[in-house]
Design a protein around this ligand. Sequence first.
Ligand code: PFF
Length: 448
Amino acid sequence: MNNTRDQWSSRLGFILAAAGSAIGLGAVWKLPYVTGTSGGGAFFLIFLFFTLVLGTSLLLAEFAVGRKTQKPPVEAYKELAPGTAWHWLGILGIISSCLILSFYAVVGGWIITYFVRSLSGSLTDPASGNHEDLFGSIISNPWEVGISHLAFIIVTIIVVQGGIQKGIERASSIMMPALFLIFLILVIRSLTLDGAMEGVTFFLQPDFSAVSGDTILFALGQAFFSLSLGVSIMVTYSSYLSKKDNLVRSASSIVGLSILIALLSGLAIFPGVFAFGLEPNEGPSLIFTVLPAVFSEMAFGAVFLSLFLLLLLFATLTSAFSLLEIVVSSVAGNSPGRRKAAAWIAGISIFILGIPSNLSFGLLSEWLLFDKIFFDQIDYLVSNILLPLGALLISIFVPLKMNRAELQDELLRGSSLGTSFFNTWFFIIRFVTPVAIIFAFLDVLGIW
Ligand code: PFF
């Protein structure tokens, strides 16, 4: 049996896969909407600050753990802090990832359903009726969304079972450049519509009076979520890096690409919404009800809508690969045979775990817990509790349990940056990041 550990074939392959994990529903769908309604450019600047300072620092911390140990999270924390309970941090990451993927795949299924329908042109046909009703009837139909939910998981399983180089890296190297290209086409189309500037203004004009304590904390959570932090996914991905790679340079590219995509998303979506006099609604309806209406008004609308949905599908899939990979790498070790079995067993279990989320828009819509449907419950639990908790624990673990000289060596290897960069990073990760997360946390729990 071949038991050597798989590795990314190149730095670019790693960057595309890690940026693929980061860029997903968070950047393409949630951020543009929240930016538009929470102070526009003012909110974006705050998000940018958190992403660049705290997000990048935490990303480097996860990279240091993964690359140093070359092991999946539970093993990595065990190696760095033997005989302690810190390996629970890896288990927390696995649990959080399964929960995220369980509802992420439901939205992935909706995207597949919409993509298939858009190819036939039926979504942009003016006779297709009210888009809101259509969305409601699609997501409450257990069979249609159930099948596409399963299809989304199966594609994810097939890619992940192929391994790091031949599975995730290969798929990301096709999907991510395609995603950038489609974005470019859509942004050009969108910005050249009559009245496009109104949408750009809605998205980016700074309005500091709309920024409240809550939006600042939301920007912090969003910065972590959209870099896939706090789940040890970046520990997992960086464990497949060669010892020669420059971690700071890779982290900068990943953060830069995520920010670029968040900006491009807003520029692709809002000009069209305003040019055709529609309302920039909240949440899932922005993508599934407002955009089809926008595209129905446009020449070749069916083509542009299909391209947008394909882009969204690629963004969602590349994030799903990372969510399944952390589970698979943790249970299968280096054995390719066990990897296949692990991918199928974990993937199908996560599909089953996602069924109540899927049905919470139809059959189980009356099943409320704290006034929320099951889907929203899981989203809330993960985004507001498990992710910040994971991020907090990692920012405590790294300065506490890793040797400072070894950390410096890991982070500065191959880089021309000096000790002052390292010292600044160490200060941020040790003091600034935990304090910021604790404030955000207490706010979410309503304690502060
Ligand atoms: N970063 C992804 C997004 O913004 O949609 C979501 C995500 C993936 C969060 C993986 C956390 C994670 F571990």
